[in-house]
Design a protein around this ligand. Structure first.
Ligand code: HEM
Length: 401
C-alpha cells in the first residue's frame, strides 16, 4: 500500500524555511517496489557541488558526532578515512549495499538520508596542514553567557547525519563510527542525537516547531534569494582554495529552561520572540510570511516588536546584513536531577564566514535579548565543511591529496 499522506511531504515538501518556500534539494524518489512509501524511498544524491545536509530539508532524526584523530594518525590516515567515509556515505544514501548493511535498516529505503563531513581546527595541526587552515576556523569568541562543556565541544572531524527514519539514521552513524575504529585513525569525541517533525505529520507542509513551541525557521535565507550563495557558501576562487563551494557550520547545544519558559503567559512568550506562537506571524503582521515591520509602534508609541525581542536583535537589518542558514534539530536527553527536561536545540547554522554570520549576531544576543533568560549554551563547535565530492572523489580530497 502506498502511504500517500506521508508521501505528500516525504519528497522534501517540508521546507526548512518558510512555508511553501521550498528550499532547493536534490532529492530524487526511487521506486523501491510496492509498499515502500515516498518517505522511505526518497534518496538525496551524495555527489554534487555542495555537500548534502545543508539545503536539504531537515529530517525527522539527526545525529551529530565529532571525532578526534588518534595520536600518531596523520594526513595519510586521515585521507584514507575520508575516502572510506565518502564511499560508505554515498552507498548508504543510495539505499545501502551488503557492506553497509548491519541489518538494522534492512527493510527501509534511504529515507532522505544525508551525511555531511567537516574539519575542526585541531585537524590541521594533527595532519601537518596548519598552513591550509582557514582563518575562518579561528576559535569563536567566548561569550559571557556561555556555560560550555569542553568534552562535548570542538573536535577534529565532524559528521552530521539526518534521515526520516530512526533506524536508517542509526545505521549510518554506526557504519561510519565503525569505519573510524577500523581505520585506526579516529575515535568519537562526542555525539548528540536530535529530532524534528516527521514528514506527513501535519496536514500540509509547514515550518517546524522547536521545543518551546515556536514556529522556527521562518526567516531563513532561501536558495532563491539572489545573495543566498554568497552568504552561505565559500565562492570558487575564495580562500583557502580547497574550501570552494563549502560552508562553515557553527554547532551549539542550547538547553532550554522549559520550566521557566512554560510559566510565562502566551503574550509574554510572544513578546520574547516578536512573533505569534499560534502561526509564527510577526507581531506586526497577519501571517507567517508577512514582512517584519521593526519600525511599527503602538498607540503609546512603544515598538510593537520590543527592543529586546529575539527577531529584532537577530535580524540581518540590525546586524549589517549578517545572515546564516539555521538548520537545527531538537534534542531531549531525559530529565535532570531537579526534574527539568534536559532538552533544547542542537543549533546548527551555516554561513560563508562565521565572522559575518554567527559571531556578530551571538555577540548581540549575549548582551541579553529577551530569549537569553530561558536558554543555556552548553557546548560549541565550529567546522569547515568542504564542497561536495564529484563522482569518484572523496570529501576533502582537494585538501588531503
Ligand atoms: C529567528 C528561536 C537561538 C539567530 C528565530 C525565531 C525563533 C527563534 C522562534 C523566529 C522564526 C524564524 O525566523 O525562524 C530560537 C531559539 C533559540 C535560538 C529557541 C535557542 C534555543 C538563536 C541563535 C542565533 C539565532 C543562537 C544566532 C546566533 C536567529 C536569526 C533569526 C532567528 C538570524 C531570524 C531573524 C530574522 O531575520 O527575522 N529564532 N533561536 N537564534 N534566530 Fe533564533
Amino acid at each position: 500500500r502506498l502511504l500517500t499522506t506521508a508521501g505528500a511531504t516525504g519528497a522534501g515538501g517540508l521546507a526548512l524555511g518558510t512555508t511553501g518556500g521550498a528550499l532547493a534539494h536534490a532529492a530524487t524518489t526511487r521506486d523501491r517496489g510496492p509498499g515502500l512509501s515516498t518517505v522511505g524511498s526518497t534518496s538525496v544524491p551524495f555527489h554534487g557541488t555542495h555537500q548534502p545536509g545543508i539545503t536539504t530539508p531537515i529530517q525527522a532524526h539527526g545525529h551529530l558526532a565529532a571525532f578526534d584523530l588518534v595520536p600518531g594518525a596523520g594526513r595519510r590516515q586521515a585521507a584514507g578515512l575520508l575516502r572510506r567515509w565518502s564511499t560508505l556515505a554515498a552507498d548508504l544514501m543510495a539505499g545501502g549495499t551488503a557492506e553497509t548493511d548491519t541489518g538494522v535498516a534492512r527493510d527501509a529505503g534511504p529515507a532522505s538520508l544525508t551525511v555531511t563531513f567537516g574539519f575542526g581546527r585541531g585537524f590541521f595541526d594533527a595532519t601537518d596542514l596548519a598552513h591550509a587552515r582557514p582563518a575562518a576556523l579561528d576559535p569563536l569568541p567566548q561569550f559571557s553567557s556561555d556555560h560550555l562543556d569542553p568534552e562535548r565541544s570542538d573536535g577534529d572531524l565532524w559528521v552530521q547525519i539526518g534521515a526520516d527514519d530512526g533506524l536508517v539514521a542509526f545505521q549510518a552513524l554506526r557504519v561510519l563510527q565503525r569505519a573510524a575504529i577500523e581505520s585506526g585513525a579516529a575515535r568519537v569525541r562526542w555525539q548528540m542525537s536530535g529530532f524534528s517533525r516527521s514528514p506527513g505529520a501535519t496536514a500540509r507542509p509547514m515550518t517546524t516547531r522547536n521545543l518551546m513551541g515556536q514556529v522556527d525557521g521562518t526567516n531563513n535565507p532561501q536558495p532563491s534569494d539572489p545573495d543566498f550563495d554568497r552568504r552561505i557558501f565559500v565562492p570558487a576562487g575564495g580562500e583557502p582554495g580547497w574550501m570552494a563551494h563549502g560552508s562553515y557550520a557553527v554547532v551549539r547545544r542550547i538547553r532550554m529552561l522549559l520550566d521557566d519558559w512554560e510559566a510565562q503567559s502566551r503574550a509574554e512568550q510572544e513578546r520574547v520572540i516578536g512573533r505569534r506562537k499560534s502561526d509564527g506571524a510577526p507581531l506586526t503582521g497577519e501571517e507567517e510570511t508577512s514582512p517584519v515591520d521593526l519600525d511599527a509602534v503602538d498607540e503609546a508609541g512603544d515598538p510593537v516588536i520590543p527592543a529586546n525581542a529575539h527577531i529584532r536583535v537577530t535580524s540581518p537589518d540590525t546586524n549589517g546584513g549578517a545572515a546564516m542558514l539555521r538548520r537545527s534539530f531538537s534534542f531531549h536527553d531525559g530529565f535532570r536531577a531537579d526534574g527539568a527536561p534536559d532538552a533544547g536545540l542542537l543549533f546548527v547554522c551555516w554561513q560563508a564566514d562565521p565572522l559575518n554570520g554567527f559571531v556578530p549576531v551571538q555577540r548581540k544576543l549575549d548582551r541579553g535579548d529577551a530569549l537569553s533568560a530561558y536558554i543555556r549554551h552548553e557546548a560549541s563547535a565550529l567546522f569547515a565543511v568542504p564542497g561536495g565530492a564529484a563522482e569518484g572523489e572523496y570529501v576533502g580530497q582537494a585538501l588531503l591529496e
